[in-house]
Design a protein around this ligand. Structure first.
Ligand SMILES: [Zn+2]
Length: 489
């Protein structure tokens, strides 16, 4: 149980300060004891908490006990971080590694919406530690199901909910949110897990204004009348508000008090970050989590802004970074997939859950003084969208970063195909140019794009095609710009 260090020497500061103060007298850290330990010390705590969590799960959770018994693994066998690799990996997707298919099928069954017995499924079967004591559950959440197909459901006890809040408190505090801030969340109150952020800001003592059930124009009008300094929402929506405000003739920079926008639900790309920063005149902070994880366990801090680097809260989440193909650990600086284990969730906890999110870790200390390691540049892509071109690993965010260097490009699509040689892949790039670009310069633009790819990621598209302006689809929600073509026979 953590003590919320709300102020200097643990004193609780006055909650109702005027908004907009530039300097503050609060402690820089939400949990100064943990956050300022060295990375080595944090990892020791993380591993000890993992051992305790595994033991606790073996004694209390039927799903894990049956699984580990079947595999003849005991939590007592996990004596060093190397031993953790004996535990099976969980994933929601099927067909990746044959030895895990059985487990995946079981998880799919437990997570999924069962139309025949919905009441039973809301209790999650054996996967929920409190399957036979549902009265202990306090919160239920569900994913939108857009990425995995079937929505994932999670139930939390009040204590689990507190654990989830702790991750958000560390993140929000590190982004400079304080009790004198007036904060709002732009989303309708629903099954979206990120609502835990609202509760965490409440716990931190910020003044909360719920804004569900309002349309975008009403929300913008509210921001021009109420001195709200902090906004939490998805990057897509924050960028969309910029466009709507422009149509309404509202200058968000001048007419609102928003100074911090903290993102949830989707990764924040550098191009979206720029648009939000410019449109709002506020800082756009990235965070990352998911429904399965139930909390935000990475965050961008104020001192490292705007790098997009994400600190990893390893005392709340046991984090491994593994090669997506071999599932062996990678070294710091190397690209790998984050695999996570809850260190504080009792109800529907994951153990070695594959996030499919690609990251690169740096253990270099951060200016902010926190011991937490960082994911360089945030989440770099999805391991299931990765492909190899002439031995070089390529994924959509790498391609996007190259293409976005060209102001002439409005939208683009990538088509990945098997290489004619039969080894690896090749990709084609389809460019939707800005209407102001003259067709006479298309050939020259194509060549510059190809060269930029060579310089930045050492591989070039097989072909760059330029289509008529406005002919590719635009995305308001999660963008899908990559297509894996099936080989014609
Ligand atoms: Zn930092």
């Amino acid at each position: 149980m953590y003590l919320p260090f709300l102020g200097r020497e643990g004193k609780i500061p006055p909650f109702l300060r005027r908004a907009g103060r530039k300097e503050d007298s609060y402690n820089k850290y939400w949990n100064p004891y943990i956050e300022t330990l060295s990375l080595k010390e944090i990892r020791e705590i993380s591993f000890r908490k993992l051992q305790a969590q595994l033991k606790w799960l073996y004694e209390n959770n039927k799903f894990y006990r049956q699984l580990w018994d079947k595999l003849k693994i005991s939590p007592d066998d996990i004596k060093t971080p190397d031993d953790v690799r004996r535990l099976p990996i969980m994933t929601r997707r099927t067909g990746e590694l044959p030895q895990f298919v059985q487990l995946e099928a079981e998880l799919e069954r437990l997570y999924s919406l069962d139309k025949e017995s919905p009441n039973y499924k809301w209790q999650y079967g054996d996967f929920c530690t409190w399957g036979d004591r549902p009265e202990l559950l306090a919160q239920h959440r569900q994913t939108s199901g857009t990425t995995g197909g079937t929505p994932a459901r999670m139930g939390d006890t009040m204590r689990d909910w507190e654990y989830a809040q702790e991750g958000w408190c560390i993140a929000h505090w590190a982004q400079g949110i304080r009790p004198y801030d007036m904060a709002t969340w732009f989303a309708s109150y629903g099954l979206f897990i990120m609502w835990v952020s609202f509760y965490s800001m409440e716990k931190m003592g910020a003044q909360m204004i719920p804004a569900g059930g309002m349309d975008t124009k009403t929300r913008i009008n509210m921001l021009t009348r109420v001195p709200i300094t902090v906004l939490c929402t998805t990057p897509t929506y924050a960028a969309y508000i910029v466009d709507v405000a422009e149509e309404m003739g509202v200058d968000l920079r001048e007419e609102t008090s928003v100074r911090i926008i903290t993102m949830a639900g989707e990764p924040l790309t550098q191009s979206a970050k720029k648009k939000i920063e410019t449109g709002w005149g506020a800082r756009a902070y990235d965070t990352y989590g998911s429904t399965e994880t139930g909390l935000v366990w990475t965050f961008e801090c104020a001192d490292d802004y705007p790098s997009g680097n994400l600190h990893v809260i390893e005392d709340l989440m046991y984090v491994e970074v593994l090669d997506p193909n071999t599932l062996e650990p990678v070294k710091p600086g190397e690209l790998g997939e984050a695999v996570i284990t809850h260190l504080g969730r009792s109800s529907t906890p994951v153990v070695r859950f594959r996030t499919h999110d690609l990251v690169r870790v740096t253990e270099e200390p951060c200016k902010c003084g926190r011991g937490y390691a960082r994911f360089i540049g945030g989440v770099l892509g999805r391991s299931d969208d990765m492909f190899k071109v002439k031995g070089t690993m390529v994924f959509p965010s790498l391609i996007e970063n190259v293409v976005r260097k060209f102001k002439e490009v409005d939208e683009f699509q990538v088509i990945v195909e098997d290489a004619p040689s039969g080894v690896g892949k090749v990709f084609r790039l389809i460019i939707d140019p800005h209407p102001s670009v003259s067709p006479n310069t298309y050939d020259e633009l194509k060549e510059r794009i190809r060269q930029q790819f060579r310089t930045d990621i050492y591989v070039r598209p097989e072909e760059v095609e330029i289509v008529a302006p406005g002919s590719l689809p635009r995305f308001e929600q999660k963008a899908k710009r990559i297509t894996f073509a099936k080989k014609e026979k």
